[in-house]
Design a protein around this ligand. Structure first.
Ligand code: HEC
Length: 156
């Protein structure tokens, strides 16, 4: 019992310590979290895109895994890291998130919904063969691009 409790306490201390570390080194934790979320989108989409183009060999298991990851990511709540007050107008260069995300009439939430639907449709066919990937990737990539066009500061 005591041993178990010690382990639990150490895990909590370690988790708290790494959180404090993340907070004190290199910027706003909300910005870091959403960028990490976006990187996971890109990673999984990249696996599927490479298979769709024939750059890597198709694998039903790997394709389904990547598509299911997109579904999971698209269904996560980003409420805490898309917090008001964290646009590039407030935080500067650290983030490319435009204030329009939080303004009245923002379509960001709607586009996120399109991404959820696209990812679900993709996951439903990802294991059906390489030819199924291209058409199903269209709406997913379209949602990424639509949001970036209007709500992410361009690099140039
Ligand atoms: C609802 C809006 C929205 C959707 C949908 C969206 N993004 Fe983003 N994305 C953003 C915003 C805003 C940023 C800038 C975040 C920041 O700098 O704080 C961003 C940043 C990124 C970045 C750069 C992350 C970094 O490390 O700076 C990548 C990569 C990315 N998105 C990939 C994707 C992919 C792939 C998809 C689709 C599967 C996607 N995004 C869908 C809004 C969106």
């Amino acid at each position: 019992m005591t041993f178990k409790r010690t382990i639990i306490a150490s895990v909590i201390i370690a988790a708290t310590a790494s959180f404090a570390f993340a907070g004190s080194h290199g910027g706003n934790p909300a910005v870091k979290a959403r960028k990490a979320h976006m990187q996971l989108y890109a990673h999984n989409l990249g696996i599927l895109g490479a298979m769709a183009k024939g750059e890597t060999e198709y694998s039903a298991d790997a394709a389904s895994a990547a598509a299911n990851n997109l579904v999971a990511l698209a269904n996560m709540s980003g409420m805490s890291y898309w917090a008001p007050g964290t646009s590039n107008a407030e935080l500067g260069e650290e983030t490319r998130a435009l204030p329009a995300i939080w303004e009245a009439g923002s379509k960001a939430g709607e586009i996120a919904g399109q991404l959820r639907e696209g990812a679900a449709a993709l996951a439903a066919v990802a294991g059906n063969g390489q030819e199924a990937l291209g058409p199903a990737l269209g709406p997913v990539g379209g949602a990424c691009a639509a949001c970036h066009k209007d709500y992410r500061q361009s690099n140039n």
